[in-house]
Each structure stands twice: as structure tokens, then as C-alpha cells.
Design a protein around this ligand. Structure first.
Ligand SMILES: NC(=O)CC[C@H](N)C(=O)O
Length: 566
């Protein structure tokens, strides 16, 4: 087995699977993968291309799914020429370490893609005017003393509700257009400290209120796999932009589903971590009983690397008090391609839903998990029906929490200091939100206090119900389709389990609705498989997600946004 190239020693250039360049063109790439996929089921001596023995990567005598997984793995750690499309942090660090690529060049390549393609999906609100300068500084620093971390020089796109000192933070609302904050959100500060380049701010559903992506400032973001259809939301700008390869890592926030729904519909890995693993300080809130920020990435490896950077305690967010004692030295230590072997995973049949695509893909996922050694057991989540009756905190908490944010962070140029002021503007926001903002502006402190007492109790109950179910059935995680609404682009209600228990959940690409895959059909968009687990057990979830990802390889780039020429 290969050494783990994601371990902190960065074992770049490890001599594993060098044979995987089946076409002999000097790179391990999708051409090699196509050849290998076509040869699955044959033996290494009758596959029919020149270097046949090479294709049997694990030496089992048969070309099988393990070889496909190995080749895909090899693509991530390719020693050949660097290619931007689907590049991971690992590819990039290798190319930068060898001198083949600089952070300035990489940043420019992503800026070129945004310029060439964002008109079609409208995912970006602001491009960082300082991105190239920041990258140039980081290149100098690398040349002088080496990289700070796996994120040195890595471009990140943040949802436009994370404060950034070099771009306004608007939550998509024209009312916050002038909100140039004087500090970064804690998660942004953590990423910059590790050497990341905050490349752009992404569109969202205004104030993160709904699960599409529409805002008065940013307009509507659409799906890179299904032109004209929604990218999901509310972190749909982050989802669409990362799917379209505008940067390496996206940041979203999730109150009721807003990381996982757009990750599901953009073939991304999305991490909604335990509430309290990451600081919310400096993020425009929706409901602090449920809000959590986290990464949205093309691979589980990138998600683990990003989570290492963003997690951490912060005196400004009391919920993070336990974080430092609960998180591992690195989430990358859980990235074991054999993680499914011997794992026990539960599913509640009532979560599969009636959507034929979700049903089909979920059945395939269960078969894949079993094929890689997991035991998948049906169970009934305790008090599932009760949990499903609860309301999101957004109705009663938004005014209270937004006002605290505005008091603490709003730039002097912002003419509003409260939700009441914004409502009184009579229209400096998305017209569709008029009623919602007004209702939420009328919630009194007494109502808020009573609600928090009730809802904090509900969330503690939800946590006991789910962790209790897991203990009773001795499972490592519970799975369900991330989105399972009855029709296309309807989320269903599985997304409520994680926010109503504060437990972590990770979504991974589970496949596409249509064999036509992209562009040609409106229902080609992908769906994710979600793993929910015990509090602060993100490591186990990422490990299982990695095993599933490597064994199923469901993600591909959207065909409409190919590598740019030259
Ligand atoms: N921001 C989100 O996660 C989506 C909002 C969700 N509907 C809520 O009100 O909780």
C-alpha cells in the first residue's frame, strides 16, 4: 500500500503507482482512468494496451474497482505536469514544491476562470483586488523559508457572510454593501495564518435564509451541472464556484442545511461540523443555536486539510470552549482508503424518501459501502418523528443575533444598526424577504429568551436520540441521502438531523441524476451521501467518507467549464 501522502511530512513524489500512466503521455490523468475503467473485469494480460501489467495496480491478477480507486488516488498525487482542473491541495503543494507552479500563477489561473465562466453561473459577488499581491508575498516567503502549511498559496472562496478585511461582507444584501469590516472572521484569520489566499466572496441566499441562492446584491446563482437550475443554498455561490474550479476550497455556513444542500447539488464534499468546533465570530449570523461554518471541497482530503485550519477555540465564541480538547492533531490522519473495512454503518429506511434518483443512488451507495467491507444495518432513529416537527432557530434568533453582529462589526458607512433599521429602509433588501425580515424584526427579547431555552433543550434531546441510536446499534455513523425531496432540487428533511442535534455531518458525492451527466439535461445534477456521527467525531466521518469516495469516485468536473486554453 502507498504511504499516506497527506500525512504532515508531505511525502511528495512517493514512488507509488508510477505505473499508472497507461497512455504513456507523462501524466496520470482522466485518459488513463477511462482506459482502466473500460478494462475492469479483464485480466492484466488481456486488457490490450502496451503496458498491460501496469493496470493491475494492486497486483491481484484482475483489473477491478480497487485498481480504479488506486488510479484515481494516483491522479491526485500525479508526478506529471500540473493541471488546474480538479487540482487538490496535494497536487498544488507538489507543483509548488518542485518549482513548477507559483501561488501567483495559480491565483491568476483561477482569476482567468472566474473571468471566463462566472457569467454563466453568477457565483461571485467580489473578487479580491489584492489576491495577486498576497500570492506574491506568499511566494517570496516560500522561497525564503518553505511553506507554512498545506494551505500555503491555496486560493479559497468564502461565502459573503464571512468578514474579510480586504473585501466588503454583505450577506448578499444591498443594505450591507458598504460593510467593509476592520477584522477578519476567526475562520478567515485561521486560514490566512496558514497561508491561504482569500480569492473572492461568493453569493448566497440573502442572509442565508433559504436553500436556493438569490440575493439583492448578487442576483441568482445557477448550477454548473444543470444550466438554469439552482445551485442549492444558501451557500450556493461557494458550491457552484468550487464545483466549477474557481478555487480549491470553499467556505459555507450551515444553519439548517446550507453547506450540505449546495454540496449535494454541486458534487462536493461538505462538512457541517459539531457546533462549537469552528468559531462563528465575524460571520453574519442566522441562528446561533444552529449556525456553523465549514469547508466545501472537491475531495475529502481537501476537506480534512481545510478543517484542520479552520477549527479551533475562540474566546469570542463561547460554544468553542471544548474544541481544543476534542479535536485530533490532524483530520488527515483519518484518511485511510480501507476505512470501510470492518465499519458498521446504520441507515433509517424512512430517510431514503420517494425520489427515484435518490433511491437508486442510495442503493448503489449501500452496495459500494458493503463491497468495501462495511456492514450496513437498517435501524430506526429514536424520536425521528418528534425531531422532524421542530422549527429552525432562524425565526426567533435572527433579529437578536444580527443586531449583535451589526453592533460589533458593521462598518461606519453602513446606515443600519439593527434589523429594525433595515426593515424601516422599506426596500434595501431582496423583495422576497420583506415579510420574513419584518416578522423577525418584531421578535422580542422575552420571546427570544423563551425560545432559546426551549430550542437548546430540543437540540440536547436530538443529540441524545441520535447518539443513543448509534450506541444501541453499535454503529460508527448513520447515512442517508443528503437531499431526498420528492422532486428534483427539493432537499427533503434529512438535513434537519444535524442542526437539531448539533452533531457533525459530512456529505460526499453519491452520483448523478442522469447518465447524460451535464449540460444536455436539466436533471443531471448530482446528489450527496451524508454521514452523521457522534459529537466531535468528524475524524471518523471523514475517514468513512474518504473510504467511500475512493471506492466510488462519483465526482467529475462540470463539462461546461473545461480547462482554459493556453
Ligand atoms: N442557512 C440555512 O442553513 C438554510 C436556512 C434554513 N432554512 C433555516 O432556517 O434554518
Amino acid at each position: 500500500a502507498p504511504s499516506d501522502p497527506t500525512s504532515p511530512g508531505l511525502a511528495f513524489g512517493a514512488p507509488f503507482y508510477t505505473e499508472a500512466d497507461l497512455t504513456g503521455d507523462g501524466a496520470v490523468d482522466t485518459d488513463d482512468l477511462s482506459l482502466l475503467v473500460a478494462a475492469v473485469g479483464t485480466t492484466s494480460t488481456d486488457a490490450g494496451w502496451s503496458d498491460v501489467a501496469a493496470a493491475d495496480l494492486d497486483g491481484s491478477g484482475t483489473i477491478d474497482v480497487t485498481d480504479v480507486a488506486a488510479l484515481s488516488q494516483r491522479m491526485l498525487y500525479d508526478d506529471g505536469a500540473f493541471t488546474l482542473l480538479e487540482a487538490s491541495t496535494v497536487d498544488i503543494q507538489k507543483a509548488m514544491a518542485s518549482g513548477e507552479l507559483t501561488a501567483v500563477e495559480l491565483t491568476q489561473m483561477y482569476l482567468d476562470r472566474i473571468e471566463a465562466y462566472d457569467d454563466q453561473i453568477n457565483s461571485i459577488i467580489t473578487v479580491n483586488p489584492h489576491a495577486l499581491e498576497i500570492a506574491a508575498e506568499l511566494d517570496k516567503e516560500r522561497a525564503a523559508g518553505g511553506p507554512r502549511s498545506m494551505l500555503h498559496g491555496i486560493p479559497v472562496i468564502a461565502k459573503d457572510n464571512y468578514n474579510t478585511v480586504d473585501m466588503p461582507t454583505t450577506a448578499g444584501c444591498t443594505c450591507l454593501q458598504a460593510n467593509q469590516t476592520s477584522s477578519d472572521a476567526q475562520m478567515i484569520e485561521n486560514l490566512r495564518a496558514d497561508g491561504a489566499v482569500i480569492l473572492a466572496k461568493a453569493n448566497l441566499y440573502e442572509f442565508a435564509v433559504n436553500t436556493t441562492t438569490d440575493s439583492s446584491l448578487g442576483g441568482t446563482t445557477t448550477n454548473p451541472y444543470a444550466p438554469g437550475k439552482t445551485s442549492g443554498g444558501s451557500s450556493g455561490g461557494s458550491g457552484a464556484s468550487i464545483a466549477a474550479n474557481f478555487a480549491v476550497i470553499g467556505l459555507g455556513t450551515d444553519t439548517g442545511g446550507s453547506i450540505r444542500i449546495p454540496s449535494s447539488w454541486n458534487a462536493l464534499v461538505g462538512v457541517r461540523s459539531t457546533v462549537g468546533l469552528t468559531s462563528r465570530d465575524g460571520i453574519v449570523p442566522l441562528a446561533l443555536s444552529q449556525d456553523t461554518g465549514g469547508p466545501m471541497t472537491r475531495t475529502v482530503t481537501d476537506a480534512a486539510i481545510a478543517l484542520d485550519a479552520v477549527a479551533g477555540s475562540d474566546p469570542e465564541d463561547a460554544a468553542t470552549a471544548l474544541t481544543d480538547s476534542r479535536r485530533p492533531a490532524s483530520y488527515t490522519s483519518f484518511l485511510d482508503a480501507d476505512s470501510l473495512d470492518g465499519a458498521r454503518i446504520g441507515y433509517d429506511p424512512t430517510t431514503i424518501g420517494t425520489n427515484a434518483t435518490a433511491q437508486r443512488l442510495f442503493a448503489d451507495a449501500v452496495a459500494d459501502l458493503e463491497a468495501h467491507g462495511a456492514e450496513v444495518v437498517p435501524l430506526a432513529i429514536t424520536d425521528m418523528a418528534t425531531i422532524q416537527t421542530w422549527s429552525s432557530g432562524s425565526t426567533n434568533e435572527f433579529g437578536h443575533d444580527l443586531n449583535a453582529y451589526l453592533t460589533k462589526f458593521a462598518a461606519p458607512a453602513v446606515p443600519y444598526r439593527s434589523l429594525q433599521d433595515i426593515v424601516a429602509s422599506g426596500g434595501d433588501y431582496l423583495p422576497a424577504l420583506a415579510g420574513t425580515l419584518r416578522t423577525r424584526s418584531l421578535v422580542t427579547q422575552e420571546t427570544y429568551d423563551a425560545w432559546r431555552t426551549q430550542h437548546d433543550g430540543e437540540i440536547a434531546f436530538g443529540r441524545r436520540a441520535i447518539e443513543g441510536t448509534m450506541d444501541a446499534h453499535d454503529v460508527d455513523a448513520i447515512i442517508y441521502p443528503s437531499t431526498s425531496g420528492p422532486t428534483g432540487y427539493s432537499s427533503g428533511s434529512n438535513n434537519r438531523l444535524s442542526p437539531f442535534s448539533a452533531l457533525p455531518a459530512v456529505t460526499v458525492p453519491m452520483g448523478f441524476a442522469s447518465a447524460a451527466l451535464d449540460g444536455s439535461t436539466s436533471d443531471g445534477a448530482p446528489i450527496g451521501l451524508e454521514f452523521i456521527g457522534r459529537a466531535y467525531d468528524e475524524g471518523t466521518l471523514l475517514g468513512l467518507a474518504y473510504g467511500y469516495e475512493q471506492g466510488s469516485l462519483n465526482r467529475h468536473a462540470p463539462a461546461l467549464f473545461p480547462e482554459l486554453e493556453g
